[in-house]
Design a protein around this ligand. Sequence first.
Ligand code: NAP
Length: 249
Amino acid sequence: MTELSGRKAVITGGGTGIGLACAARLAAMGIETILMGRQLERLEAAAATLPDARAIRCDVTDDDSVTAAFSAAGPVDILVNNAGIAAAKAFHRTSMPEWQNIQAVNVDGLVRCTLAVIGSMRTADYARIINIASIAGLRGGAYVAPYSASKHAVVGLTKSLSLEYAKTRLTVNAVCPGYVETQIVEDSVANIMAKTGRTREEAIAELAKTNPQGRLIQPDEVAETVAWLCSPLSGSVSGQAIMISGGAI
Ligand code: NAP
């Protein structure tokens, strides 16, 4: 038993990478976890590895899908808004559908899931919203303008909701990782290799050098901060955008 035993958390994009690490960390605290995403089989396989975990299909870009998923989930104490996509491209080659696709998942999808829980969270005796933003939500980045803009929106939303609900028991925070060793980074490495002719090791080194510690961050390291934000004793921490970046400031 822990102080959060019996609480329920939804983790969007919970079947892979950072989301799965968060789900595992919260499950270890006795929290019931609900893994949401589009690929049900993968989610179910992930949920089967955790105690008291369920998989629910949810496409965060789709109103009906989000409504059905959160209705199946029931009342939620913790929402980890983790589902997200990234792309790297020169801005002048970016089409409007490419721009909109990123905002649809990273911003509109996050808002849709937040709206699905906010009604009950604002009157609850305990509630947490944790948004997985990015270091790109705090500073600009060449070739990632749509992604960076989407994560800036997430940070802005986090700060505003934190103020709006400050008199309730809900806290709203963002975590802002640097490059984390997941599929998103795997795709970036492949992109760098294809566009520059660098080797895999050189491409990874290019990303790792943005971290003063000279390495990729591990998903479990992000999950640890998420777990801490869930703790009842973190109740006075709200509206923060916490960097997990190996010391990049
Ligand atoms: P990942 O393994 O690719 O995870 C992305 C997750 O989002 C997948 O589980 C995917 O599940 C889900 N997803 C994508 N589109 C969705 C949609 N329309 N509806 C529902 N779920 C959707 O990569 P990750 O690195 O763990 O990314 C997780 C979050 O961390 C993202 O928000 C990302 O921006 C952020 N982040 C990552 C890094 C990094 O370097 N890796 C750094 C900073 C921030 P389905 O395919 O099943 O839908």
